[in-house]
Design a protein around this ligand. Structure first.
Ligand code: SF4
Length: 63
């Protein structure tokens, strides 16, 4: 599984970083960016939760 943040949609609310600070961090433009290329199995539920939590659907999951 991979995650992607569509930067045009990120409003820097911080929800994904607060929920999963091992998966997302803010970049130099204060936009969320994935920390890991590949999401480990044990963190897939968390990644899905983050995607569902994002108010602008900026987080996209690829299986
Ligand atoms: S939850 Fe969505 S809008 Fe908020 S910081 Fe994360 S990617 Fe950006």
């Amino acid at each position: 599984m991979k995650v992607k943040v569509v930067k045009d949609r990120c409003i820097s609310c911080g929800a994904c970083v607060a929920l999963a600070n091992n998966l997302f961090e803010f970049d130099e433009d204060n936009l969320s960016t994935p920390i890991k290329e590949e999401i480990p199995d044990e963190e897939k539920d968390l990644a899905n939760d983050a995607a569902e939590t994002c108010p602008t659907s900026a987080i996209e999951i690829e299986d």
